[in-house]
Design a protein around this ligand. Structure first.
Ligand code: AHG
Ligand code: MN
Ligand code: MN
Length: 328
């Protein structure tokens, strides 16, 4: 955790300065992870600019193709994927990139020490209707020898092995929130200066809350315990909030307290969300902020991935609420 005195002094710091000042917290303080975070920030500024032009230039709507998990790709999904891939390739710190938009991982730089998993654009069904969307990323240390071929041990790492994770929320303002395992910090993008500034130091998720976020329209096909938990939420006069962009729903619950649930359904027995580039990052952030993330049975960060695109049921948010949901 960042000490209180340091926080007070650091509000308003640029992201670059903050990363540099906290570089000594990384276990392998060689500067490359710092550079990698800066590359992500840079790419996010480009994507932010494009997201803000949606409606003015031809970047809305479906591309007419599907991604690896059989979902329709939007033009912005593909564009965002290109922006992040290019920035990370140029940066040179990443050896392999796992993306929602590509079937296999992509080799970037054989001498890179890091592996990244990314959902370049999360909530893409919300692009065309001007609702908040996001980017989610997880960063791992490479395990195999630098310079050699990528091994499955580099690619299929558990969430607990993340060295950093974060998200960008393209919302009423654009924010970048990340952790390197020493608490969670949030930065707000100042458009005219083109810089992220520390605005949310040492973020902590409230222990409990009143908001539950779930696509209740699908509740007929939820497992019985989830239906019972939803009844408990109603009996407790909780408030339902569901944006339909995971990043945005998660961010609200991080700030205000709440629980986000995407359970298994009759059709999708492992739920919809993807472990490697959606759930792991948000699980790491939520734990770092004092929250919890499980698949209903085990900690998300302990799941051994078998496949780049594997799905998992996801229960994430305020500690007491996730514990309560799990008790059902
Ligand atoms: P993506 O746009 O990256 O495919 O992710 C969409 C996800 C997530 O953002 C959101 O929480 C969820 O899909 C919404 O799904 P439903 O429409 O089934 O509620
Ligand atoms: Mn997504
Ligand atoms: Mn996506």
């Amino acid at each position: 955790m960042v000490e209180a005195s340091r926080i007070g002094q650091s509000i308003g710091f640029t992201l670059d300065r903050f990363i540099k000042n906290n570089q000594d917290q990384f276990q392998y303080a060689s500067g490359e992870l710092s550079q990698l975070l800066r590359d992500i920030a840079l790419a996010s500024k480009v994507v932010n600019r494009e997201v803000n032009k949606a409606g003015l230039i031809d970047i809305m709507g479906p591309l007419g193709s599907q991604n690896m998990t059989g979902e329709d790709q939007q033009k912005l999904d593909v564009l965002a994927n290109i922006r992040f891939t290019r920035a990370l390739k140029k940066g040179g710190e990443v050896c392999a990139l796992i993306s929602e938009e590509s079937e296999s991982y992509e080799d970037l730089n054989n001498n890179g020490k890091y592996v990244i998993a990314i959902d370049p654009l999360d909530g893409s069904s919300n692009i065309d209707v001007n609702v908040s969307i996001g980017t989610i990323f997880s960063i791992y240390r490479r395990k195999s020898k630098i310079g050699g071929p990528i091994q499955s041990e580099d690619i299929l790492q558990k969430g607990s092995e993340q060295v950093a994770a974060g998200y960008i929320l393209y919302g009423s303002s654009t924010m970048l929130v990340y952790t390197t395992g020493h608490g969670v910090n949030g930065f707000t993008f100042e458009q005219s200066l083109g810089e992220y500034f520390l605005s949310h130091p040492d973020m902590e998720m409230p222990e409990t809350g009143k908001v539950y976020s779930i696509n209740e329209g699908a509740s007929n096909s939820f497992p019985e315990p989830v239906k019972k938990y939803l009844q408990f939420c109603k009996d407790s006069t909780y408030t339902a909030r569901y944006i339909g962009s995971l990043v945005a729903d998660f961010h609200r619950n991080l700030l205000k307290g709440g629980i986000y649930i995407y359970p298994s359904t009759a059709k999708d027995t492992k739920g919809k969300l993807r472990l490697m580039y959606e759930c792991n990052a948000l699980a790491f952030i939520s734990e770092q902020a004092g929250g919890l993330a499980t698949d209903g049975e085990q900690r998300i960060l302990d799941i051994e991935p078998q496949d780049l695109h594997q799905r998992t049921p996801f229960y994430v948010g305020s500690r007491q609420m996730v514990e309560k949901a799990q008790s059902f």
